[in-house]
Design a protein around this ligand. Structure first.
Ligand code: GDP
Ligand code: MG
Ligand code: K
Length: 298
């Protein structure tokens, strides 16, 4: 009897901070999606590919669907919505500790015309008492006809294997889309810029919201040892933000660079030199023509 191979694309949607990137990183086992305690860290689709003996899962870590506040928001919603009708299954992730909110209703409205199976993933169950789960499940059951409702802890790993098994059941028979050793189809360039952006957001806390972008100006291999020389520019919206990113006598920029360099070195497995610049570009988020330039293309 011939073994059947299953494969498919799975979109992960949910409000910011529910744990989508954490889930991706857990199942793929490498830091390809960026984790942060700030919402909206992930702006592009990042595909993580999990290949098993008899199946291949291609995960799409979508930007959070939420009510857009500016053009970049509109763009993110569009990207997320487009993916919903192109995939084989949808994981709608919520935070067990937060319960139902207006942001969830906004997403449920977007799901109304979706024919693909939608799984409700209740994440962060490590943060609630088991008794709190049942009422939450009942509440969501009344709002949408979910294929299944699966509680997990992406952080601690509880029930994640079960979730993968259930997803596999629902995947269609299909080809192995990607080679076994491929975990992401995004160019390293994008991942490098996201790693730098992550460090800037982590180190500057509340002072820098999401009004920064990172552009990779140049990546070059230099020398026999395979060292890689990277030049990148942090783009801020305001002069004051540029000041914060640079810090006293360049101390902040130096720290951002050091931390990013460590991560990029482990990603590329080679020594790197990272040169960071900062520039101000007013209102870049509201200029559609500049979205592509910064890698926000769908
Ligand atoms: P995203 O915006 O949906 O991608 O959310 P992230 O994956 O960036 O996670 C947001 C925050 O929630 C991070 O601080 C994670 O460590 C945390 N988090 C994610 N999953 C869990 C979980 O299962 N349990 C707990 N306690 N925290 C989690
Ligand atoms: Mg994320
Ligand atoms: K459906």
């Amino acid at each position: 009897m011939a073994e059947t191979f299953k494969s498919g694309f799975i979109s992960i949607i949910g409000r910011p901070n529910v744990g989508k990137s954490t889930f991706m990183n857990r199942v793929i086992g490498q830091k390809i999606a960026i984790m942060s305690d700030k919402p909206q860290t992930t702006r592009n689709k990042i595909q993580g590919v999990l290949t098993e003996k008899d199946a291949q899962f291609v995960f799409i870590d979508t930007p959070g669907i939420h009510k857009p506040k500016h053009k970049l928001g509109d763009f993110m919603v569009k990207v997320a919505e487009n993916t919903l009708n192109e995939v084989d299954a949808i994981m709608f992730m919520i935070n067990a500790a937060e319960g139902y909110g207006r942001g969830d209703q906004f997403i449920l409205d977007r799901l109304e015309n979706v024919k693909n199976p939608v799984f409700l993933i209740i994440n962060k169950i490590d943060q609630v008492h088991p008794d709190e789960l049942l009422p939450l499940i009942e509440q969501y059951k009344n709002k949408y006809d979910f294929e299944e409702i699966i509680p997990i802890s992406a952080l601690q790993g509880n029930n994640v294997d079960h979730l993968l098994a259930v997803l596999k059941e629902h995947l269609p028979e299909g080809p192995q889309y990607y080679p076994e050793d491929q975990i992401t189809d995004h160019p390293e360039r994008f991942i490098i810029s996201e790693l730098i952006r992550e460090k800037a957001l982590q180190l500057t806390r509340e002072e820098i919201p999401h009004s920064i972008a990172v552009v990779i100006d140049n990546i070059e291999e230099r020398g026999k040892g395979g060292s890689v020389f990277i030049q990148a520019t942090v783009v801020t919206e305001r002069k004051s933000q540029k000041g914060i990113i640079i810090g006293k006598q360049g101390s902040m920029l130096k720290e951002i660079g050091q931390r990013a360099r460590e991560d990029i070195e482990s990603l590329l497995g080679t020594n790197i030199y990272l040169e960071l610049w900062v520039k101000v570009q007013k209102d870049w988020r509201n200029r559609p023509s500049q979205l592509n330039e910064y890698g926000f293309n769908s």
